[in-house]
Design a protein around this ligand. Structure first.
Ligand SMILES: Cc1cc2nc3c(=O)[nH]c(=O)nc-3n(C[C@H](O)[C@H](O)[C@H](O)COP(=O)(O)O)c2cc1C
Length: 244
């Protein structure tokens, strides 16, 4: 896949700098199946131990996307909360996060959460509005194409590292050809609904997810600029994760 946006070549550094989690998409600007297929094929050049590639991708658009959104929406309408049926813990519990050795992670999460809600005009303490913002996850934030990524349970926890390399590569390649993405662990929190909507083999697969849309739309670009501003101010550098 050539790294170019509007015909302009884009370096990996630039794609990395431009990439951000997009949470506002124009629904009717969908990439074609051929574009998505190429994106996935190119992303599968990502490093993978022993080249085992223990992931699978399920691309949903149109009726399949609607049916997936409907399946999770029905669980939410019944009062099921995210994580009630999750197969694995997405975040540590509050007790674990409150241990001194985990304060750095806890504080980053809080800062990001407040910054994100501010961008979404959700006032602190407004539970209804924050739930509605959370719900947008389960509508792919309006993205016309969703890609549910699963990891192969036969690989145990090690599969996540392989899948992470794949997803990071996918996000950068998408960025370089003008597609916006947002990785979403949120879908894994309704795994049974996703499993049944997509007829997944639950013995082998655990649900993960990303999503994409063609060329950044005006709305998306505006959101990108706002997000970037917030990222600069609110996304802390993780120097304590780096050992040289
Ligand atoms: C493993 C992983 C899971 C994520 N899950 C979600 C999610 O469920 N919903 C969401 O809105 N963003 C999700 N994100 C996006 C992160 O919040 C985002 O990457 C982080 O805040 C940094 O911002 P940036 O991607 O805009 O640079 C996820 C990112 C990663 C890497």
């Amino acid at each position: 896949m050539s790294l170019s946006f509007h015909g302009q070549p884009m370096s990996v550094t630039e794609a990395n700098d431009r990439r951000m989690s997009c949470r506002e998409f124009i629904p009717d600007e969908a990439p074609s199946h051929a574009e998505i297929h190429k994106l996935l094929a190119d992303a599968s050049r990502a490093p993978s131990g022993a080249n085992m590639q223990p992931w699978r991708c399920y691309v949903v658009s149109g009726a399949a996307r609607e049916s997936l959104i409907g399946a999770v929406g029905a669980r939410m309408a019944e009062g099921e909360l995210p994580s009630d049926s999750a197969e694995f813990a997405v975040y540590p519990t509050r007790d674990v996060l409150n241990r001194p050795e985990n304060h750095a992670m806890r504080d980053r999460r809080r800062k990001l959460g407040f910054g994100m809600y501010e961008l979404m005009d959700v006032k602190k303490g407004d539970r209804g509005a924050s739930f509605n913002a959370l719900r947008r996850n389960y509508e792919f934030f309006g993205a016309p194409v969703g890609i549910i990524v699963t990891v192969d349970k036969a690989m145990d926890k090690n599969a996540w590292g392989h899948a992470g390399c794949f997803l990071a590569t996918l996000c950068l390649l998408a960025e370089a050809c003008g597609m916006a993405t947002c990785l979403q662990e949120a879908w894994s929190q309704y795994a049974p609904a996703v499993n049944s909507a997509l007829s997944l083999d639950t013995i082998r697969e655990a649900v993960w997810c990303t999503q994409t849309s063609r060329r950044r739309s005006t709305r998306c670009a505006r959101s990108a600029i706002r997000r970037r501003a917030s990222r600069r101010s609110s996304r802390p550098r993780c120097d304590n994760n780096i050992r040289i």
